[in-house]
Design a protein around this ligand. Structure first.
Ligand code: AMP
Ligand code: MN
Ligand code: MN
Ligand code: MN
Length: 279
């Protein structure tokens, strides 16, 4: 009997807010039985070359990916790009602008925290992110390390989440723009974790119509911690808008015992798999 294919098309390395290096991540994926992995760091492709070297060495298939932050009606959405060319110069120029956006936002978040008598955040997150993108996850780790909160979740609930005291509204590219960065780099645009935006069905349909119209081709239908009803609802959206489906863990850290690379519910059989659109 041949070994089953195991797809995990959404995860993070140290190039953004994951804790593993690209090499450690690919090695762990292989140990967990993943046969096709997409590395999808926030707004960067910086981990892909290292991931490729390791994937070739351990014999798993790697899809070049990234997860773009985008705005639509001043709400932030995440768009995964799969099968992109990470050397395409216009894409690299766009991602450089994302790095600037993130650096400027980090300074503003740190200012807001300093005004709340919590100094030193910028130095901490810069050091922690190193060469990688600075994200709110790094700020959450800072707040935990300084005992202002007990958990990352509490950091988002009290300081970093939308409308909280250290939240900074950010000028991400518009949804249509982000999709065009992906498609012009040869990739397939996938709406990430559709149920995490907490939209009503009516708003979900509006954003999906815009996404589809702008060239989006898929939606994540299986993500870690989605239950059977969630998978059904996401699959319903996929069918309604004639989108392919994707699946991924959104793995960030081995410390999160609820999320593991490749550990996902079965892919729904009525849905066209996004990997059939790649190469
Ligand atoms: P950013 O892209 O910098 O705004 O950071 C977003 C990242 O923060 C997400 O990709 C998650 O990894 C993490 N995140 C967002 N909301 C939460 C939350 N409520 N609890 C824990 N982590 C979160
Ligand atoms: Mn993240
Ligand atoms: Mn996301
Ligand atoms: Mn993610």
């Amino acid at each position: 009997m041949s070994t089953p294919e195991v797809y995990d098309l959404h995860c993070h390395s140290k190039a953004s807010d994951g804790v593993l290096s690209a090499t450690e991540l690919v090695q762990r994926a292989q140990l967990q039985g993943v046969t096709t992995l997409a590395l999808t760091d926030h707004d960067t492709v910086a981990g892909l070359a290292e991931a490729r070297t390791c994937a070739d060495a351990v014999g798993i298939s790697l899809i070049n990916g990234m997860e773009l932050s985008a705005n639509w009606k001043s709400h932030c959405f995440h768009i995964v790009g799969l099968g992109i060319d990470p050397t395409f110069p216009p894409l690299l120029a766009s991602l450089e602008s994302m790095q600037i956006t993130r650096d400027q936002r980090a300074a503003k978040i740190a200012d807001k925290l300093a005004k709340k008598r919590i100094p030193g955040a910028l130095e901490y997150v810069q050091q922690k992110a190193g060469e990688g993108m600075i994200t709110r996850t790094h700020f959450a780790d800072f707040l935990v390390s300084q005992h202002h909160v007990d958990t990352q979740q509490e950091a988002f609930d009290r300081y970093l989440g939308k409308g909280k005291s250290a939240f900074v509204a950010t000028e991400w590219p518009e949804l249509e723009q982000a999709i065009s960065w992906i498609t012009s780099a040869g990739g397939v645009a996938v709406l990430a974790h559709p149920l995490r935006y907490k939209l009503t069905a009516a708003w979900m349909k509006r954003v999906l119509a815009t996404f589809k119209e702008a060239g989006g081709q898929a939606i994540e239908v299986v993500v870690s911690r989605m239950n059977a009803d969630d998978i059904k609802l996401a699959s319903h959206y996929a069918m309604q808008f004639e989108l392919a489906g994707s699946m991924g863990s959104d793995f960030h850290s081995p410390a999160n015992q609820w999320v593991e690379l490749g550990r996902l519910a079965p892919f729904p059989d009525k849905i066209k798999p996004v990997w059939e659109l790649l190469n």
